[in-house]
Write a protein that binds this ligand. Structure first.
Ligand SMILES: Cc1cc2nc3c(=O)[nH]c(=O)nc-3n(C[C@H](O)[C@H](O)[C@H](O)COP(=O)(O)OP(=O)(O)OC[C@H]3O[C@@H](n4cnc5c(N)ncnc54)[C@H](O)[C@@H]3O)c2cc1C
Length: 392
């Protein structure tokens, strides 16, 4: 297929086409804006992340008409979440049913090869110009200093200067847009868990299972292809040692924190290899300036232990697109984002310390649940005020 040449001018250029970038592109293109969204990675590829979605994320996917697509891809519907708390020889399990509410009937944990692809296709369907294998190499600035576009390198190596009214960095936690725009974090996490995870066949689980034991965490998430994503989290870097030691450390955490899963592992089959994330402290960065904005991990990263990054990315895509639709100042986007993020971030960071007793981490979970309820209500309230422009 011959690609159309990239235009010279767009209303909005978005760097990064995964959950944050593709969702933002879909929403802005639906408003009738001329949107270019591109990613240096290939279309449909995986990324280093597990993928449990919380209720606010599913609420948005439902609103955008995309949960049907998850069902078509045979993504398991998750009807309950179990929290298993262990200390010494004691284990306590708290089961929470996912009650149908606000159009959300179940949770999902789609592989990123599924979720990101569905969002990219939705962006393209709304008229966004979507490109993969294309890398941003610099920001362009007007004489006033305002960001006025991007310099990018296309698949063939050719460099293009593209001008845009707004450049959005959806380019992940190591965002180049943030660096080049001078966006600095103003809130930092104090802790960073490291994570090992893999995909297993013949290990079915009935819903999400989260395991917490002082010093460690683990989880089992049902996902596509009838596989279960199993992860283990500690503070020491799993990835530091040789491969055999890393695998042993992963199995040890599963044995100590999730003995019911460990007992079934001999019958299960690891598909592919284990993956390792060395950890990174979370942050909130200044998410906008003259001619630019940040969305997703580029602007706000939480520790993976609380599995909230994709939910944040979709939520902030929604808030940013509404702010643009209303013609409001991007300061409003920052205020709304921070109002829904700061408390969750603080609690998530305390969970990531892995330094708590069980009553304390249970209290953290109750606080996070309250914050997610607030997030859900805010998303519903925003949609209730939709004008024809924002509802486009
Ligand atoms: C181990 C681990 C487990 C996790 N588990 C969960 C979980 O269970 N649930 C959850 O909600 N979140 C989880 N997260 C967090 C989640 O992965 C992130 O919050 C999410 O990926 C953020 O999405 P994003 O679109 O902002 O950025 P990303 O997914 O990082 O995508 C950024 C994209 O930008 C592209 N890019 C970067 N620079 C350029 C450039 N110069 N030019 C062009 N393209 C560029 C990259 O190629 C990339 O595709 C986890 C994270 C980790 C590390």
């Amino acid at each position: 297929m011959t690609m159309q040449p990239i235009n010279k001018t767009y209303d909005v250029v978005i760097v990064g086409a995964r959950c944050a970038g593709a969702a933002t592109a879909m929403l802005l293109a639906a408003l009738g804006l001329r949107v270019l969204v591109f990613d240096k990675s290939r279309f449909g590829t995986d990324t280093l992340s597990t993928h449990a979605l919380m209720r606010p994320a599913v609420l948005l996917l439902q609103r955008w008409g995309l949960t049907d697509r998850l069902d078509e891809e045979r993504t398991p519907r998750i009807g309950k979440t179990a929290f298993v708390y262990g200390e010494g020889q004691k284990n306590e399990t708290v089961e929470v049913d996912i009650k149908p509410r606000n159009g959300v009937e179940a949770l999902y944990a789609p592989r990123r090869t599924v979720l990101d692809r569905i969002l990219v296709e939705a962006a393209r369907d709304e008229g966004a110009d979507v490109r993969h294998g294309v890398q941003m190499v610099d920001l362009l600035r007007a004489d006033s200093g305002k960001v006025s576009g991007v310099r990018l390198r296309d698949e063939s190596g050719k460099v293009h200067d593209i001008s845009a009214g707004l450049v959005i960095g959806a380019d992940g936690r190591r965002s180049s847009v943030a660096r080049l725009a001078g966006a600095t974090p103003y809130v930092w996490g104090r802790h960073a868990t490291t994570c090992a995870f893999g995909y297993f066949e013949d290990l079915p689980v009935d819903g999400n299972r989260w395991y917490f034991r002082p010093g460690m965490g683990a989880g089992a998430i049902p996902t596509n292809h009838e596989q279960t994503c199993l992860f283990a989290s500690v503070l020491d870097d799993f990835a530091a040692g040789p491969a055999a030691d890393r695998a042993r450390a992963f199995h040890q955490v599963i044995e100590e924190s999730a003995p019911d899963i460990a007992a079934r592992l001999p019958e299960a089959k690891l598909v592919g290899r284990l993956r390792f994330f060395p950890g990174m402290r979370g942050f909130l960065r200044q998410p906008w300036g003259d001619g630019w904005a940040l969305v997703g991990d580029a602007g706000y990263m939480t520790d993976p232990i609380t599995a909230h990054g994709i939910t944040n990315a979709l939520r902030d895509a929604d808030i940013l697109a509404r702010t643009v639709a209303e013609g409001a100042s991007l300061a409003d986007y920052q205020l709304a984002r921070d109002d829904l993020s700061l408390k969750f971030f603080e609690v998530s960071d305390r969970v990531a310390s892995l330094d708590w007793d069980i009553p304390t981490v249970q209290q953290y979970h109750r606080l996070m649940s309250q914050e997610m309820g607030r997030e859900e209500e805010a998303l519903i309230a925003a949609a209730a005020q939709d004008t024809p422009a924002t509802a486009a």
